[in-house]
Design a protein around this ligand. Structure first.
Ligand code: BES
Ligand code: ZN
Length: 889
């Protein structure tokens, strides 16, 4: 049945498993090409299953079956059957011990799923359905089992042998081999299994939990990376303390391990007691890692650690519930990062990601609800919608219930479902019980796809001192349902009312005063109907409404602000997010003017109000520098594209650039001054304060580089040669690469050569070097990238390299990727077709930019569709690529 089309599976078809696995014993005899896995499963029929005589059907792929034994008796060929997906035992009985022996080939496994080799190391990745590439098993998250894992390997090549839980035995074997035995006392689904073997060095620390237990913390890395573990270790300890303080969650095992591997499809994985990390998400030191890199490490370490409760102790019943663990855990790690750093900056970054990338997903052919009703390949559903929108949905519950009640709800959820596989329904039920609120309508957020649009209008009655807001909501068409079929959602809209002298007290008609703020200047409006009116009394003046404070709901909000009103919000509104958002809206309008002028070949002069707003932001020394830096950054090309119905690639690029250039001209002096003021000679620290300073300085630099005179280039060159940290080095490199080639070509070439020479031994730094070139907007981008594909630094089998070069080019270099000739599309399709065989997950992810074809002009649409069709007609198309390509055509 080789060419049968992949089939979708449905949430509605969920059935409890027919069998349970009380205990799982694994024996790995590691060998690069021929690893033998002997598995002993103590099994019984599930009393909750209705099929009392069902055969036992185990998942298994890409393995050679050597033997099947039932209750100690070797089975003959007619007592079981095996194909390329399943092993079926026709009559296993009700209570039995099943033993299988299989042989697998980790060295040939380029999918990076199951057991594979990353450089010299053996490692595993089992989520979502990778365990079935290791042994025959009930590979589904609602089958929880106790694991004992014995690993045998050559001692000199693989001195370190790790698995989940506690090491209970170790010793020597014949022929230079040795073994270790690990026992995990916590029942878990197979997707949380992990094994690592290799030559690894370790950084150790300890953590004393709130109940006084001591936990050993170990980070395993290659010896050359021992000096890059401090930040991850500190982040881990901060996370452990934070989860105790904010969620009352204590760590449970006596040991917590992290291993860094070079070849990894994702950022990191929360395997019980043995997290496996992409090196890019754990290693950090100032010389090699940017500020963004440091913050990523902190966030990912926290995220995987937090899964110990939201994911592991309470896991998912099925993969349709993925957002139960991922959305909730992203919300938790975002709150953690907000507490550790600047809360507003963290919020602005997350909202930017959501509005740029998730909104685009939600408005395109791959749109799906936070709890999808079906999928073909689950790996394709680790999406921005599951993660980021899922986190926003949890945040809205938090907003509706308030911190204290939310905590009551999370306690109830964890306690009630500890050791179980739960559903999103269970999570909401706990929140309902803790609050006494009915969240039935709210749950539409889990089942309706698409970004709701809010249209807000207002009026002020001076005589009555009354202000009215009318809010209408509408959810657009998405692949699974039309707008007409959709129901109004329950949407928390946090607001403030800005008067001449600051935020005004809010007297909402028909409601008690809000107790959240002492001065009663904050209010959460709850939308539940398609159209709703809110009346505010005792208002002495017509306010400017500050809408969606803190971005209280993942919606597109439309209110017709004048540019002057946006300026007022920017300077006087209490909520930092709203101030930033007002700056963005103002900038969007100005860029639209510039785009129109570009299309019409007209003179364009940037609106003096934007310049004035930026000038006052730059000169107001009382402002947080991180905020200043954020406010000065124009909306990205990607965000402008998301806003557009039809994307005009050139107008966006050149219009935006012209606005930037004119701002640089007008604020030359202020920008230079801010650059100088924020360029102190200090010892690098990844502190919020220093990060803010570097960020502001480098934003100034990026403006100054657009000037005709060489002031920017000189600064960049100086910064490039003198920087003591990667944030400044890479900012300078980006600057030189993007500068006018007539003035900077030689400098840029030299800088690239120097940089490579200096850092070629550091894979993660080389990736930044690749990325800097991939996103350079100067002409001939495709040729540049194609040339880099054959550079010694590139490797198609390493996902980080693919993301840095191919991913960055296609997603962050629109002007080159979307070149009219179509060579960008052809290049991408070629790579996808090659990767389809090597690594289907990575191949499928790369398709994303092509799926957006409907948003481009007719000529580009045709070119993009042609490439999608060429991919679709490839032989042996993986399920992963098949699903994305067919759904998007
Ligand atoms: N459980 C995931 C990792 C994963 C996802 C493994 C899909 C296999 C398939 C992990 O908890 C995760 O979500 N990691 C994120 C980073 C996080 C900070 C959002 C990742 O890897 O990108
Ligand atoms: Zn996660």
């Amino acid at each position: 049945m080789k060419d049968a089309q992949p089939q979708a599976i449905y949430l509605a078809d969920y059935q409890v498993p027919d069998f349970l696995i009380d205990k799982t014993e694994l024996l790995f005899q590691l060998d690069p090409e021929q690893t033998r896995v002997a598995t002993t499963l103590r099994m019984r029929r599930n009393p909750k299953s209705e099929a009392s005589d069902a055969p036992l059907i185990l998942n298994g792929q890409d393995m050679l079956l050597e033997q099947v034994t039932l209750n100690g008796r070797v089975l003959s060929g007619d007592e079981y059957s095996a194909d390329d997906q399943y092993l079926t035992i026709h009559q296993p009985g009700d209570d039995f011990v099943l033993e299988t022996v299989v042989v697998i080939n980790p060295a040939a496994n380029t999918s990076l799923e199951g057991l594979y080799k990353s450089r010299t190391m053996f490692c595993t990745q089992c989520e979502a359905e990778g365990f079935r590439k290791i042994t025959y098993y009930l590979d589904r998250p609602d089958v929880l089992s106790e694991f004992v894992t014995r690993i045998e390997a050559d001692k000199s090549e693989f001195p370190v042998l790790l698995s989940n839980g506690n090491r209970i035995d170790a010793g020597e074997l014949e022929q230079g081999r040795h073994f270790a035995v690990w026992h995990d006392p916590f029942r878990k689904p197979a997707y949380l299994f992990a094994l690592v073997a290799g030559t690894l060095s370790v950084v150790e620390d300890t953590f004393t939990t709130c109940s006084g237990r001591q936990v050993d913390l170990k980070i395993f890395v290659e010896e050359k990376d021992l000096d890059k573990c401090d930040h991850a270790m500190m982040s881990l300890k901060n996370s452990m303390r934070w989860d105790e303080e904010v969620y009352g969650r204590e760590y449970d095992l006596d040991i917590f391990m992290i291993v860094a591997v070079d070849d990894f499809n994702m950022g990191a994985m929360e395997n019980k007691g043995l997290n496996i990390f992409n090196t890019s998400c754990v290693l950090a030191k100032p010389e090699t890692t940017t500020d963004a890199g440091f913050q990523r490490v902190e966030g990912v370490v926290a995220h995987e650690y937090f899964h110990n409760w939201s994911g592991n102790r309470v896991t998912c019943r099925d993969w349709f519930q993925l957002s139960l663990k991922e959305g909730f855990t992203v919300f938790r790690d975002a709150e953690f990062s907000a507490d550790m750093n600047s809360a507003t900056v963290k919020r602005v970054e997350d909202v930017s990601l959501l509005r740029t990338m998730q909104f685009a997903e939600d408005g395109g052919p791959m749109a799906h609800p936070v709890r999808p009703p079906s999928f073909i390949e689950i790996s394709n559903f680790y999406t921005l919608t599951i993660y980021e929108k899922g986190a926003e949905v949890v945040r809205m519950i938090h907003t509706l219930l308030g911190q204290k009640t939310f905590r009551k709800g999370s306690d109830l959820y964890f306690d009630r479902h500890d050791g179980e596989a739960a559903t999103i329904e269970d999570f909401v039920a706990a929140m309902e019980q803790a609050s006494g609120r009915d969240l039935t309508q709210f749950k539409l957020w889990y089942s309706q796809a698409g970004t709701p649009e809010l249209h807000v209008s207002d009026s002020y009655d001076e005589a009555a001192q009354q202000y009215r807001l009318v809010i209408e909501q509408r959810c657009p068409d998405t692949p699974e349902a039309s707008a007409e079929e959709k129901l109004p959602m329950h949407i928390p809209v946090a607001i403030g009312l800005l008067g001449d002298a600051g935020n005004l007290a809010i007297h909402l008609q028909g409601a008690l005063p809000d107790t959240e703020t002492p001065d009663n200047t904050h209010r959460v409006l709850e939308l539940t109907e398609a159209r709703q009116e809110f009346v505010f009394n005792q208002l002495p003046e017509k306010p400017v409404p500050a809408l969606l404070r803190g971005f209280s709901a993942p919606v597109k909000l439309h209110y017709d602000y004048s540019r002057d009103e946006l300026m007022r919000l920017m300077s006087a509104e209490d909520d930092g997010f709203c101030r930033w958002d007002a700056a963005q809206q103002l900038a969007v309008e100005v860029i639209y003017d510039a785009m129109q002028a570009w299309r019409d070949h007209q003179e364009f002069v940037v609106d003096a109000r934007l310049v004035q707003a930026y000038r006052s932001v730059l000169s107001d020394k009382s402002l947080d520098k991180a905020m200043v830096s954020l406010m000065l950054q124009l909306p990205s090309e990607a965000y402008l594209s998301e806003l557009a119905d039809s994307i005009d690639v050139e107008a966006i690029h050149f219009g935006r650039r012209e606005v930037r250039r004119q701002i640089a001209e007008a604020l030359k002096f202020e920008l230079s001054e801010a650059y100088a003021e924020n360029n102190p000679e200090t010892v690098y620290k990844a502190s919020a304060e220093q990060i803010a300073q570097r960020s502001l300085k480098n934003v100034c630099l990026s403006y100054l580089l657009l000037l005709d005179e060489s002031i920017g280039i000189n600064l960049a060159q100086q910064q490039f040669s003198q920087a003591n940290n990667m944030t400044d080095t890479i900012a300078a490199l980006h600057g030189l690469l993007g500068a006018d080639p007539h003035k900077a070509q030689d400098l840029a070439d030299q800088a690239l050569a120097n940089f490579y020479q200096r850092w070629q031994q550091e894979a993660l730094v080389v990736n930044q070097w690749l990325m800097a070139q991939a996103i350079c907007s100067l002409p001939d981008g495709v040729a540049r990238v194609e040339k880099l594909m054959s550079h010694e630094a590139f490797d198609l089998k390493n996902p980080n390299k693919v993301r840095s070069l191919i991913g960055a080019f296609c997603n962050n270099n629109a002007i080159n990727f979307h070149i009219e000739s179509g060579e960008g599309y052809r290049f991408l399709a070629d790579q996808i077709i090659t990767l389809n065989k090597l690594n289907p997950q990575i191949a499928a992810r790369l398709v994303t930019p092509l799926t957006k074809w409907r948003k481009y002009d007719a000529a580009r649409q045709q070119l993009m569709k042609n490439e999608l069709e060429r991919i679709r007609s490839t032989e042996e198309l993986s399920k992963d690529v098949f699903e994305v390509v067919t759904k998007s055509l």
